[in-house]
Design a protein around this ligand. Structure first.
Ligand code: ADP
Length: 367
C-alpha cells in the first residue's frame, strides 16, 4: 500500500477524531490535497490600511500595535487558509443555510459528526471543532441572536458575546489568524450597520488587550452592502496615522457614542424595524434553512464514505441530532411566518418556544 493511499485512508477514516488528528498533524502543503475548494493564503489577504473617513471622528484612539493585524475581505470565508474561521451557527450546531451551510459543505461530514458530540451551543457562546477538508485548520462555531423587530440590549450583549467568546476560544487554542463573517446579519436579521459596530467595537477592545496573541484578524464580508459598511466604519475603530489624531477629551466624549452606529437616524430606523421586504427574505431564508436540513436528514452525509458512515454508531447519534436541528429549523420557520401578525403576548410565547428549543438542543442524548 503506498504512503499516499495510506494517508488518504486516514484522512477519510470513519472516525472524525482520527481524521481531525491526522489532518491537523499535516503541514499546510500536505493538507492542500484534501481541500474541497480553492484557497486564499494568509499572505494574499490584504492588510487594511485606514484612510481618513470624511468628517467622522475615530471612536477609538490609534493603537500602533494593531497596525498590520486587521484585514477586510469580501468573499467566501470557506476559502481562507488560516488558523480558524468563525461559523454563524444555530444552537443545534448541525449545519443550516447561509455561511453555516457553506462551511459544512466544504468541510465534509466529519464536521457535523464532531459538532454532534458538542451538545449544541447557547446564544452568545462559541465551540471549536476541526476544519477537516477546509483550508482553515479549525472552525469556531458561535450562535448569534435572532432579532425580531427592534434590537434590544440583550441582542447587543449576545452579539458582542459571540465575538468575544470566539476570540477567547481562539486564544485558548493558540489560533493566531482568525476570520469572522457578519454574524446574525443573514437569517437572524440583525441590522447590518448596528451589527458591524458591535463587531468592530468588541474586536477592537479585545485586541487592545490581546494584540500579542494574534497575527491577523479578518473581517470577512460576503455582500457588497456589508463591504461598504465596514469600509466606512473600520477607520473609526482602527484609525491609522492620518485618522488617529484623537485627543483624550474626545476619547471620553466618544466613549458614550461607542455603541451607536455611524448611520443616520433615518437609516437606523429603516434597518431597525423589520420591513415587509425583510420579512419576505426571512421567510425565504428560514424555508431554505429548513429545506437544507431536510435534505441533510434524507440524504445523510455527503462524504465519499457515505455508505459506511450511515451504518456507524457515530451516525446513529448524528441522525438523532439532525432531528433536533430540523425541529429548531421548523420552529424558526413557524416563528418567522407567524411574526408578521403576532401581538406582544404572542411574541413572548414565541420566545418561550425558542427557549424550549434551546433546552432541547442542549439535552445530552443517551449513548
Ligand atoms: P445568521 O443566521 O447568523 O444570520 P447567515 O449565514 O444567514 O447567518 O448570515 C451571516 C452572514 O454570513 C451574512 O452577512 C451573509 O451574507 C454571510 N455569508 C453567507 N455565506 C457566506 C460565505 N460563504 N462566506 C462569508 N460570509 C457568508
Amino acid at each position: 500500500m503506498s504512503a499516499y493511499y495510506r494517508s488518504g485512508e486516514r484522512a477519510r477514516s470513519n472516525s472524525w477524531k482520527e481524521t481531525k488528528d491526522y489532518l491537523l498533524s499535516l503541514s499546510v502543503e500536505d493538507r492542500r490535497q484534501f481541500y474541497r475548494t480553492g484557497h486564499i493564503s494568509l499572505k494574499d489577504i490584504p492588510i487594511f490600511t485606514p484612510t481618513s473617513n470624511g468628517n467622522d471622528k475615530p471612536r477609538y484612539p490609534r493603537n500602533e500595535k494593531l497596525d498590520q493585524k486587521i484585514s477586510l475581505i469580501r468573499g467566501d470565508i470557506t476559502k481562507l487558509e488560516i488558523d480558524a474561521i468563525v461559523n454563524a451557527a444555530n444552537r443545534a450546531l448541525l449545519g443550516g443555510s447561509g455561511v453555516d451551510g457553506a462551511i459544512h459543505d466544504a468541510a465534509g461530514n466529519k464536521l457535523v459528526k464532531e459538532c454532534a458530540s458538542l451538545n449544541g451551543c447557547h446564544t452568545g457562546q462559541s465551540k471549536i471543532t476541526g476544519g477537516y477538508y477546509l483550508p482553515a485548520k479549525f472552525v469556531i462555531h458561535t450562535v448569534g441572536p435572532i432579532v425580531f423587530g427592534c434590537v434590544g440590549a440583550e441582542d447587543r450583549a449576545s452579539l458582542r458575546a459571540c465575538y468575544k467568546s470566539a476570540l477567547e476560544l481562539a486564544v485558548q487554542n493558540n489560533i493566531r489568524s482568525l476570520a469572522v463573517p457578519c454574524i446574525s446579519t443573514g437569517i437572524y436579521s440583525y441590522p447590518r450597520e448596528k451589527a458591524a459596530c458591535e463587531a468592530l467595537a468588541t474586536v477592537r477592545e479585545y485586541l487592545d488587550e490581546h494584540h500579542d496573541k494574534f497575527d491577523r484578524f479578518i473581517f470577512c464580508v460576503f455582500e457588497l452592502k456589508d463591504n461598504e459598511i465596514y469600509l466606512r466604519n473600520l477607520p473609526l475603530y482602527f484609525p491609522g496615522a492620518s485618522t488617529g489624531s484623537m485627543d483624550k477629551k474626545q476619547t471620553s466624549a466618544d466613549k458614550e457614542k461607542k455603541e451607536e452606529c455611524a448611520s443616520t437616524d433615518k437609516e437606523e430606523k429603516r434597518e431597525e424595524c423589520a420591513s415587509a421586504d425583510k420579512e419576505e427574505k426571512r421567510e425565504e431564508c428560514a424555508s431554505a434553512d429548513k429545506e437544507k436540513m431536510e435534505e441533510r436528514s434524507s440524504k445523510g452525509p455527503i462524504d465519499e464514505e457515505q455508505t459506511e458512515a450511515q451504518t456507524s454508531s457515530d451516525d446513529k447519534e448524528q441522525t438523532k441530532h439532525e432531528g433536533i436541528g430540523t425541529i429548531e429549523s421548523v420552529l424558526t420557520y413557524c416563528i418567522t411566518v407567524w411574526y408578521g401578525n403576532c401581538t406582544d403576548a404572542d411574541r413572548k410565547s414565541l420566545q418561550r418556544i425558542v427557549r424550549a428549543a434551546e433546552k432541547i438542543t442542549s439535552v445530552p442524548l443517551p449513548p
